[in-house]
Structure formats: C-alpha cells, structure tokens
Design a protein around this ligand. Structure first.
Ligand code: DSN
Length: 443
C-alpha cells in the first residue's frame, strides 16, 4: 500500500498515530483486538450470501453458514437469549428492523428523547423513526439521582397510558446510571406494548456482569458490537423467552425485516469478526475488563466532581460520564470544551444535557467514558491524571461564552479556535498527555 496508494497509506498512519498519542474518551468507541480485526480482512470479505445459514440465494456458502451459525450461537449463550440475528450492518438498521417486525407505518412508538440522552432511532423527529411512525418521547429529570435513576416513571406511565404505543424503547446513548429495565417492562406490559432494549452502550458491561441484563424484561434486544462489547462495527438483534411468548413469530418477522426487508448480502467478514469478539467477551478476562471500565469511570467522575464540575446523575454507574457545563461555564459551552480538550489529545464529544438551554450543535455538556482507555490498560492513577488535565483545560475555556446573536458566532468562534491553537499552557498539557498515552499500547 505504501508504494501503490500512498495517500490512503499516510492517512491510516496518521490516524493510528492520533489514536496512539491521545487518549480516547468517546464512550461509544473502543479498540478492537488483533483477533477481532483479522477476520475483517479475511477471505470472507469477498463473499455474497443473501439469506440465512443453509438457506442462501448464492452458492459457495458452506463456510459462511458455519461462521454465521457460530456467531448466532455465541450471542445466545453469552446473553441467554432464544434467537439472534447477526446480520444488521450496525445499530440503526437493527433498530429499523425492529420497527418493521412489530409496527405498521403510522403506529405509535415511544422512546427516550435524543436531547436527554436517547438515540436518534428511538423516535427523534429527524429520523425515520418519527417520520414513518408517531413518536412520543419521554425525557429524564435534571434533579438528584433518585431510586429510579433520573427517570420519572409516573410521567412515563402516564404517557404510555395516554398514547398506547405499540413499541417502547429503553436504552440510551448518554445516560450515566444503571437502567431499571423492570420498571419499563411493567409499563410496557400494562399497555400491551413490545419492549425493545437497545443495549448498544452497555452490551459489554452486561456480558461482563457489570450491568443488570434486560433479558428477563424485554421482548427484543438490539445492540451494536463495537462499543463496550469491543467487536467490529456491526449490529445484533435478539429475542428473549418473554418475546417468544408474546409473539412466537418474532424471529421469522425480524429475519424477514433484515433480509429482504432492508439489507442485501450480509457482511460475512464482519460476521466472522463479531463471532471472534463474542468469544473474547465470554472469557474471564472480559469480566475483569468490564469491572475496570466501571471502576475507572467512577474514579474519573469523582475527580471531575472534586474539581467543581456538575455531573448529570451526580456520578457514573457505568462506562459514561455526562458533564453539565451550564452552571460552571455557560449554556453552549460544550463546543469550547470539546475543541480545547481535543487540542491537548483528550478526545470526547460535546453533548446536550437534560434541561438543555442551548442547541445540539452548541450544547451545554460534554460526554466521555472509559471503555477505550481501559482497553489500553489505564487504571486509577491514570484516571486521576486525565481528570486533572481536563480540569486545567476546562478552566482555560471558562472565559469563552457562546454569543447569543447567531450572526456574531462565526467570527467569535474563529477567534476562539486561533487562541486555543496557540495557547502555550495547552501545548504543554498536550505534551504531558502524549507522554502518558504512549506508555500504553493500542491493540
Ligand atoms: N453514535 C453512537 C454514540 O456515540 O453513542 C450512537 O449511535
């Protein structure tokens, strides 16, 4: 590649270097092992195999059949479910298939609002899930963490009783506490709705025994495979015993929804890599990994809170931390925080917070997490180091305030970026971060 296509060769090299010299704190990212990455470039990359194991539309699938069956069986064993479809290209298509299998266009569905930590496909107005279905959204509170986390189940139940959704989603992209699946199940059962648990963020924690499983409560479970589960990019749909009892046809309907409903040939190299990741996730070392993710997240959360930051949910019970900068830095300051932290090699993302006073592009919070750093072997003292460096950077951005007049923003932000790019203190923090990061290998 170096000789043939230098441009792409150099870009891969640069990205590898970026990942090595910085610290990845985006909570949905991780480092897949060599064992997981190898099948992605194996001979399976060349194959077409529309259909399902032993029922294909193309010849030459005797080994693909075995790989897909192995991946399905590993899902069933790891999560304790009755059915698994490992073909979804990623999480959003997996969720689309759930709609196709359980709803008709125009039916009512319910999910956690994106702005309060939910996912696009759980009924956000810009997504197919609200364009083709009637979406009712529930939120989370901004107050102290109660026994139900940040959920107000009185309000969620009232919404469900009023709108009688056919499908209720539980699961989030930016929620720092454990999810009480049983409470959602009670409401879904009361109104006769399907309960779909989207465990994309916490699948690895569930596999490693660090988050309660939705299996006894949900009918359907979906997940991506590349977050805490540490696999290749991909998606999985599962059906539980409870799901089969509600509708024994669910597996057939979900299979049909994925193919021929919305996908063509499965990515067989991805399926092989998913199978490899599921093998890893079933090993005792993965339980240790999951434990460390949560331990690290709690330590990092405490360091940030001790430094005066406000955390949604007042801490972290999983892999994720959501910092609400509204009081300390001003509405819209997530933009400044993300940019300045990125400049020192601490990569995370700006994020909306419950009760958001600004907008999704200029939100008032930052979202971070520990799955990737934990994969590199970082522990307690490293979390304290990261937290302290973050506090220093966030102190520097305190003086910047998002202009309320939209017309003033372009100039203000360009000046902000120039000042950050040339800030001497940030340059020295970057050096310290690099020094620490390169001490930990990436797979
Ligand atoms: N993009 C994912 C995340 O970062 O959480 C959600 O799909």
């Amino acid at each position: 590649m170096k000789k043939q296509d230098k441009k792409i060769y150099n870009l891969i090299k640069e990205e590898t270097e970026r990942q090595r010299c910085g610290i990845e704190l985006i909570p949905s990212e991780n480092y897949a092992s060599e064992h997981v990455r190898n099948p992605l470039s194996s001979a399976f990359v060349n194959k077409y195999s529309e259909g399902y194991p032993y029922k294909r539309y193309y010849g030459g699938n005797e080994f693909v059949d075995k790989v897909e069956e192995l991946a399905q069986n590993r899902v069933k064993k790891l999560f304790g479910v009755e059915y698994a479809n490992v073909q979804p290209y990623s999480g959003s298509p997996a969720n689309f298939a759930v709609y196709m299998a359980t709803c008709q266009p125009g039916d009512t569905i319910m999910g956690q609002a994106l702005i309060t930590g939910g996912h696009l496909t759980h009924g956000a107005h810009v997504s197919f899930s609200a364009i083709y279905f009637k979406s009712q959204q529930y939120g989370v509170g901004t107050k102290k963490q109660g026994k139900d986390g940040l959920f107000d189940f009185k309000e969620i139940r009232a919404l469900a009783l009023k709108h009688k959704p056919k499908l209720i989603w539980v699961g989030a992209s930016a929620y720092p506490l454990q999810i009480p699946f049983a409470k959602f199940a009670k409401i879904a059962d009361e109104v006769g709705a399907y309960l779909a648990a989207d465990i994309a963020h916490i699948a690895g924690l569930i596999a490693g025994g660090m988050h309660p499983s939705p299996v006894p409560y949900a009918h359907i479970i979906t997940t991506t495979t590349h977050k805490t589960l540490r696999g290749p990019r991909g998606g999985i749909i599962m059906v539980t015993k409870k799901g089969l009892k509600k509708d024994p046809e669910l597996p057939k309907k979900l299979n049909k929804a994925i193919f021929p409903g919305l996908q063509g040939g499965p990515h067989d190299n991805q399926t092989a890599a998913i199978a490899a990741a599921l093998y890893e996730a079933s090993q005792p070392s993965f339980t240790t990994y999951a434990k460390r993710i949560v331990k690290n997240s709690k330590i990092l959360a405490k360091t940030l809170m001790d430094g005066g930051l406000n955390l949604v949910g007042e801490g972290s019970e999983n892999h994720l931390i959501l910092v609400d900068l509204t009081q300390t830095h001003g509405a819209g300051s997530g933009y400044f925080a993300e940019y300045a932290l990125d400049a020192v090699g601490l990569t995370l993302n700006k994020n909306t917070v419950p009760g958001e006073q600004s907008s999704p592009f200029y939100p008032s919070g930052i979202r971070l997490g520990t799955p990737a750093a934990t994969t590199r072997g970082m522990k307690e003292k490293d979390m304290k180091f990261i937290g302290k460096q973050m506090l220093k950077v966030l102190e520097i951005v305190k003086k910047y305030q998002l202009p309320t007049e939209k017309t003033e923003r372009k100039e203000y932000l360009s000046k902000f970026r120039k000042e950050i790019d040339s800030n001497k203190l940030l340059k020295s923090i970057k050096k310290e971060v690099r020094q620490m990061a390169i001490g930990f290998k990436i797979p």
